[in-house]
Design a protein around this ligand. Structure first.
Ligand code: GLN
Length: 193
């Protein structure tokens, strides 16, 4: 059976993720309802605005189903806002901001924004032979990692790509650069899970 990797489609750069996954030969439906989530083997959580995505997930009755699926071991890949949504702890969130959680990290929202709003950098990423051209847009960084969390890439001395078991998160947006290799890592991870 072909792999189905849904893209959480409440807000953010959904289309870019769907296009990338489709290029990799994966079925990539948009996920807005619990029944659509049920049909997925894995999920991508896009970049956008984590407060909005979290609020809409609550409104659409998706937050608890998302939490249970991740807890049960569904592989998930979050980029930027998606990284924030997968984090167990946030620094500089808004009051009452809810996440899906599951990834034992502390993420600082808009972390690079104090110095510069958006920037690009060539990053060495563990598991990829050549550097990734990484686009950061009001990006978070990982401030603290729990036991068993692997750091796959760093920028300005902070982790910006992390993995634990079937959960992968990047501060940057591999979906906007036309480089499919980071999604490729996720697809391999899903196939291995
Ligand atoms: N700063 C945004 C947030 O808090 C994330 C930005 C992005 O996804 N490009 O959610």
């Amino acid at each position: 059976m072909p792999l189905t990797i849904g893209v959480l489609a409440l807000q953010g750069d959904v289309r870019e993720h769907v296009a990338t996954l489709t290029r990799l030969g994966v079925s990539a439906p948009a996920v807005r309802r619990p029944t659509e989530l049920d049909a997925c083997d894995a999920l991508v959580i896009p970049g956008g605005e984590s407060t909005t995505i979290g609020r809409l997930a609550r409104t659409f009755d998706l937050l608890e189903p998302l939490r249970s699926r991740v807890k049960e071991g569904m592989p998930a890949f979050g980029t930027c806002a998606g990284m924030i949504l997968l984090a167990d702890r946030i620094v500089d969130g808004v009051a009452g901001q809810e996440t899906i959680g599951g990834l034992d990290v502390t993420v600082r929202r808009n972390a690079f924004g104090r110095q510069v709003d958006s920037f690009e950098d060539d990053l060495a990423v563990d598991g990829l032979a050549e550097a990734v051209h990484a686009v950061f847009i009001r990006a978070p960084w990982v401030e603290e990692v729990g036991p068993g969390v692997e750091v796959l890439a760093t920028a300005a001395g902070h982790p910006v790509a992390v993995r634990r078991g079937p959960l992968l998160a990047t501060s940057f947006h591999p979906e906007v650069s036309g480089d499919d290799r980071v999604h490729g890592l996720f697809v391999d991870l899903v196939r291995g899970a």
